[in-house]
Design a protein around this ligand. Structure first.
Ligand code: AMP
Length: 172
């Protein structure tokens, strides 16, 4: 019997700044059985759905979105930090607790009418994935669901994503 996902996620207090309880997933990723179990759980959830692509958010979202897309036999569309995508992009700027961030997607990332699931490692305030949802819709796709390994429920990210189904494997 493998340890539960929650037992394999390490909490690092005050990283990267004082007051943040950082959920370190590297301790889960290095456990081959647990990593496979996480990807398999996502794959089982989405296997029966009609999906055209998995959208991964840079950087830790790529760790889960790429193997999931491979398992489902559908494409992977990256959402990246500014200046990384080489062709024409849509860009969204969103607020963080301190300052702001930008994310981009290729304008031609999807076939018209594509249905997608958006994956990131962790849902906190929901600002990052809300920006990702905006980009996906700007590029003409429909969001089936947003999915996360971890959800920090006390930050109410789900409320911010009220328009979309939200799935998470582990809640704190
Ligand atoms: P948010 O936009 O507030 O939902 O933040 C989500 C993004 O920030 C995700 O891409 C996470 O990887 C990262 N993040 C936010 N809070 C934490 C945390 N406590 N531990 C690990 N990563 C976090």
């Amino acid at each position: 019997m493998t340890a539960s996902f929650a037992d394999l996620i390490r909490n690092i207090p005050d990283f990267p700044i004082p007051g943040i309880q950082f959920k370190d997933i590297t301790t889960l990723l290095r456990d081959g059985a647990a990593f496979r179990q996480a990807i398999d759980a996502f794959a089982e959830r989405y296997a029966g759905r009609t999906l055209d692509a998995v959208v991964g958010i840079e950087s830790r979202g790529f760790i889960f979105s790429a193997p999931l897309a491979y398992r489902l036999g559908i494409g992977l569309v990256p959402i990246r930090k500014p200046g990384k995508l080489p062709a024409a992009t849509y860009q969204v700027e969103y607020d963080l607790e301190y300052g702001s961030n930008k994310l981009e997607i290729h304008r031609d990332a999807f076939t018209p009418g594509a249905r997608v699931v958006i994956i990131d490692d962790l849902l906190a305030t929901g600002g990052t994935v809300a920006a990702a949802c905006q980009l996906v819709e700007m590029a003409g796709a429909t969001i089936e669901e947003t999915a996360f390994l971890i959800e920090l429920t006390f930050l109410n990210g789900r409320e911010r994503l009220a328009k979309y189904p939200v799935f998470s494997m582990i809640q704190y």
